[in-house]
Design a protein around this ligand. Sequence first.
Ligand code: ZN
Length: 118
Amino acid sequence: MAAEGGAAPAPHSSSNPPSADPAWAHGIVVDMARRKVQCKYCNRVLSGGIFRLKQHLAGIKGEVAPCSRVSAEVRIQFCQYIKEKETSKANISRRRTILSGIASKSKVFYVRGLSPTY
Ligand SMILES: [Zn+2]
């Protein structure tokens, strides 16, 4: 059986999001090495990775400016998402067996020292 041709798409693509995080539906990776993410709604570029984008979409003040163009629906969605995450931290001793795999991945996003604005 011969192959149909050399046009098969390569499985490796640098534009792939690093995880199946729901926030990727609302943002674009600008510079993965510097963890820069652009908001699809207001085109603002956030440095700090996907977590910053979530805070931006949720309108949580303090670390990032809230999005001015995101719909209330999406804002509420990420508000709840972040709250749930905070709540799950309280129960981490119970869930640590499940979370241990996820936590080791997400640590990448908490590495500091690369963001020039803070
Ligand atoms: Zn925005």
